[in-house]
Design a protein around this ligand. Structure first.
Ligand code: SF4
Length: 181
């Protein structure tokens, strides 16, 4: 539960996802204005903070864990955040992002960086973070407090979950989905 009268320190994170979950967050429209009246957005693609900060109340994590940078950030989020929300199907199950798990990594990198009709180029490979052998959902990397599935989650459901978290009320979710991993 967030302390009464205190503004929530809210973070949003974009790991291995298409950004569609963040687009759904923006689709909150008027509810987004109300949300930002109750929260300080301290980290995420919509603000310019470089380092994930300390003392975050709620973090919505979009996307699966795909590479070593995602994994390090996920661990930092867990350490510095009271309530971690697995936000959208890619975070919850791996979803679209995990479709690459059926392809050996070397074949995948060759196809994208060398063999494509417009290859990205081997130079880019030097600065890419190493891929994990398998894409994994967020709860396989860190403990998650709440799951908000959907591809993307509907804005009304995002607003309802956020309001419940702020109020410290129970979110209507099966117990076995509340903390998992
Ligand atoms: Fe995109 Fe759907 Fe994955 Fe969200 S859950 S990041 S909308 S593919």
């Amino acid at each position: 539960m967030v302390e009464t009268g205190k503004k929530i320190r809210l973070a949003t994170v974009w790991l291995g996802g298409c950004s569609g979950c963040h687009m759904s967050l923006l689709d909150l429209d008027e509810a987004l204005i109300e949300l930002l009246g109750r929260a300080d957005l301290v980290y995420g693609p919509l603000v310019d903070t470089k380092e994930y900060p300390d003392d975050v109340d709620i973090c919505l994590v979009e996307g699966a864990v795909t590479n070593v940078e995602n994994l390090e950030l996920a661990r930092r989020i867990r350490t510095n955040t009271r309530t971690v929300v697995s936000f959208g199907d890619c975070a919850v199950t791996g979803n679209v992002t995990s479709m690459r798990n059926r392809i050996p990594i070397s074949d995948l990198l060759n196809a994208v960086y060398h063999e494509a009709s417009a290859p990205i180029g081997a130079e880019a490979l030097k600065v890419l973070p190493a891929l994990l052998k398998k894409v994994i959902p967020l709860h396989q990397a860190i403990k998650v407090d709440l799951f908000l599935p959907g591809c993307p989650p509907e804005p009304d459901r995002i607003a309802a979950v956020f309001q419940a978290l702020v109020a410290g009320t129970e979110v209507d979710m099966p117990a076995d989905m509340r903390t998992f991993g």
